[in-house]
Ligand binder design. Structure first.
Ligand SMILES: [Zn+2]
Length: 181
C-alpha cells in the first residue's frame, strides 16, 4: 500500500469589516494556524487595517472535509483534530467525515477521534476482500465440512455484512472501511 499524504488544509482568512465595505482583504493560511492570525497579518498586502477592522473570518476553505465559511477558531480546531491521528490515518479520517456517516465530537462538526479509531476497519482493495479476511479471522467456516463450506453463499453473506459498514473510496485507490456499529 502506498501512502499519499493529504494536501494541507487551508483557509482564506479575510477581514469582515473590509469585506462588508466591498474590499477583499485576506490571505491563505494553514488551517491549524488560523487562530493565531492577526489583523496585521491579514492586512499586510493592503496597506494596513483601518478603523472598524476587527473581526477575522474564514471566507473560503481548501482541502477541508467540510466546505463552508467558519471562524478561525473552528478552522484551527479542524487542523488540530486531524493532527491528533497518525499521518497515515489522516486521509481515512477525512474520508470518514466526508462520508457524512461519522461520529461528531460534541455538538459541532468535528469528528471524534476515539470513535474513528474504534470504527476504522482499514484500507482494502474492496469490501469483498475485507469480508473474506473477516470470515477467515473469525473462523466463520472453521467447523464446517469442506463439502458444505464450498456451497456457502458468499455473496449473500457479504451483502448482509455490508449493512454494518460504510465504505469510502480511498485517495490512492481501494476503499476505507468503517464499522457503523
Ligand atoms: Zn480590514
Amino acid at each position: 500500500m502506498t501512502t499519499t499524504s493529504e494536501p494541507v488544509m487551508q483557509v482564506w482568512i479575510g477581514c469582515l469589516h473590509c469585506y462588508n465595505s466591498g474590499q477583499l482583504v485576506g490571505e491563505w493560511f494553514n488551517a491549524i494556524d488560523a487562530d493565531e492570525v492577526t489583523l496585521a497579518d491579514v492586512h499586510r498586502g493592503s496597506g494596513g487595517s483601518r478603523g472598524g477592522c476587527e473581526e477575522l473570518w474564514c471566507l473560503d476553505v481548501d482541502d477541508m472535509p467540510v466546505h463552508r465559511e467558519m471562524s478561525p477558531a473552528e478552522a484551527a480546531a479542524w487542523g488540530r483534530v486531524v493532527e491528533e491521528v497518525d499521518e497515515h490515518l489522516r486521509p481515512a479520517l477525512l474520508a470518514w467525515v466526508r462520508s457524512g456517516d461519522y461520529v461528531a465530537d460534541g455538538t459541532g462538526d468535528l469528528p471524534s477521534v476515539p470513535d474513528f479509531e474504534e470504527r476504522f476497519a482499514g484500507h482494502w482493495d474492496d469490501f469483498d476482500e475485507y469480508a473474506h479476511q473477516l470470515a477467515e479471522d473469525s473462523g466463520l467456516l472453521r467447523d464446517v465440512a469442506e463439502e458444505v463450506a464450498r456451497y456457502f453463499d458468499w455473496e449473500a453473506w457479504t451483502r448482509d455484512l455490508a449493512f454494518d459498514y460504510s465504505v469510502e473510496a480511498a485517495v490512492d485507490g481501494g476503499v476505507y472501511i468503517f464499522r457503523s456499529l
